[in-house]
Design a protein around this ligand. Structure first.
Ligand code: ADP
Ligand code: ADP
Ligand code: MG
Length: 446
């Protein structure tokens, strides 16, 4: 590989550029009008304007992205996360034009992008899935009938959903009836696919996912789990590894189940198998993400492995550099997603960043997309940076995080920095006692 186009923006574009620089690979960045003066545009070997600011006129224009890739003579495209990263038609078109798509095969992307099809596939591979409807529910009557048969509460979900969008928790039939119409039209608008299905709602649950990696020689390994239970609106806010909740026995089972699942579908490159884990440590498959995950840095800090480097090696046809028994848990790591949003209402807060003060220290890694005097626009996801702390154990990492948030600031826009300051003082968080409902309970306390 000599040249890679990065079909993304912000912190993840910079993250990918960094590894390419280490490997001596040239990079081509693409940018919309709103992003012309972003740091990643300056850092890439070359940057090409892709269109106007709205995503439909820029980062989602697959044909345009491929035309730039062709014109620039790149060997591969790294899609990052979001945007075109789980677009199987794009991955297929790239391959047909002789450009390597850094990810799994387009067939796997299509299969796992459909949550109903993914559930069926996993059941066939003997992976436990959340109890739920076998297929989509075709009408509101069918939805109510099924929900009554498994019992409330239930989650009504869009088969094509992602990013926490397109799901609704329902405690009783009236709620399900109401949610059915609104979720269906939302699913159609966001994902172009209005198929809905029903899952049992797992109460007091944890979101625990396994990082897996495969190569094109048939090897698949795991790089342990990440606990992503600290969420708002079903979206992750803090992630950590190892999970403070899992027993060694269940950790081994869940990681092996993820590897078996990946092998069953002939998976290669980076992937994440997401599970929901109940109070008794029983785990159920939720979905598989066929791309690099936002929270991949905690796995990198724990294992000392550069996952983007591995993605590039595998896309280049090389075998995985390490065997399962060579993957070691060396540290404890936590990631905090810094969002331009009101820390209480979680509403986005775009604007111009007037200053950024990061307290850099040992054990602190900052994956940042913005700099002072850049603008957080309403066009894209309001995540501006990720702060990753690591230490020889959880308490040491948490101390580093406390100092970081005491001494760091962002001016000009509202951010969730105050939320992290608060969470890091909470006894429950410090003890590792949290479920997916945790963050909303912190916020309702005085
Ligand atoms: P992760 O576990 O990597 O955070 P998410 O499902 O939250 O996975 O998605 C990662 C990012 O991609 C999010 O920050 C979000 O901006 C974006 N994203 C994912 N799916 C969608 C979608 N369907 N619509 C809009 N944005 C999405
Ligand atoms: P997305 O594609 O948007 O990431 P997921 O299916 O991965 O959707 O679910 C996102 C989050 O929603 C989970 O991490 C969890 O907190 C919550 N969730 C989803 N399904 C269930 C369920 N059946 N029971 C309890 N919580 C759920
Ligand atoms: Mg998910």
């Amino acid at each position: 590989m000599r040249k890679i186009l990065i079909a993304n923006r912000g912190e993840i574009a910079l993250r990918i550029i960094k590894t390419c620089q280490v490997l001596g690979i040239e990079t081509v960045a693409i940018y919309s009008d709103a992003d012309a003066s972003m740091p990643y545009v300056r850092e890439a070997t070359k940057a090409v304007r892709i269109g106007e600011s709205p995503v439909q006129k820029s980062y989602l224009k697959g044909d345009e992205v491929l035309a730039v890739a062709k014109a620039e003579g790149v060997d591969a495209i790294h899609p990052g996360y979001g945007f075109l990263s789980e677009n199987s038609a794009f991955a297929k078109a790239a391959a047909e034009q002789g450009i390597s798509f850094i990810g799994p095969s387009h067939e796997i992307i299509a299969l796992m992008g459909d949550k109903v099809a993914a559930r069926t596939t996993m059941q066939k591979a003997n992976v436990p899935v959340v109890p739920g409807s076998e297929n989509g529910v075709a009408s509101v009557e069918e939805a109510c009938e099924f929900a009554a048969s498994i019992g409330y509460p239930v989650m009504l979900k869009a088969s094509g959903g992602g990013g926490g969008i397109g799901m609704q928790l329902c405690f009783k039939e009236e709620e399900l009836k109401k949610a059915y119409t609104s979720t269906k039209s939302r699913a159609k608008a966001y994902f172009g696919n209005d198929e809905l299905f029903i899952e049992k709602y797992i109460a007091n649950a944890r979101h625990i996912e396994v990082q897996i990696f495969g190569d094109t020689k048939g090897n698949v390994i795991h790089l342990f789990e990440r606990d992503c239970s600290v969420q708002r609106r079903n979206q992750k806010v803090i992630e950590e590894t190892p999970s403070p909740f899992l027993s060694e026995e269940v950790r081994e089972q869940i990681c092996q189940t993820a590897v078996d699942a990946a092998k069953a579908v002939g998976y290669y490159n980076a992937g994440t198998v997401e599970f929901i884990v109940d109070e008794q440590e029983r785990f159920y498959f939720l979905e598989m993400n066929t791309r690099l995950q936002v929270e991949h840095p905690v796995t990198e800090e724990m294992t000392g492995i550069d996952l983007v480097k591995w993605q590039i090696l595998v896309a280049d046809g090389q075998p995985l550099p390490l065997k399962q028994e060579e993957i070691r848990r060396q540290k404890h790591a936590l990631e905090f997603r810094i969002y331009a949003e009101d820390p209480v209402t979680f509403l986005p807060s775009p604007g111009i960043i007037s200053s950024i003060e990061w307290h850099e220290a040992d054990g602190v890694r900052i994956d940042n997309g913005y700099s002072a005097n850049t603008t957080v626009t309403p066009y894209y996801d309001p995540m501006i940076a990720k702060v990753i702390v690591s230490g020889k154990n959880r308490m040491e990492a948490i101390k580093t995080a406390q100092q970081f948030f005491e001494r760091s600031s962002i001016e000009g826009i509202k951010t969730n920095l105050p939320l992290f300051k608060r969470v890091l003082q909470e006894e429950e968080f410090k003890a590792g006692n949290y479920t997916t409902a945790y963050l909303s309970t912190v916020l309702t306390k005085n």
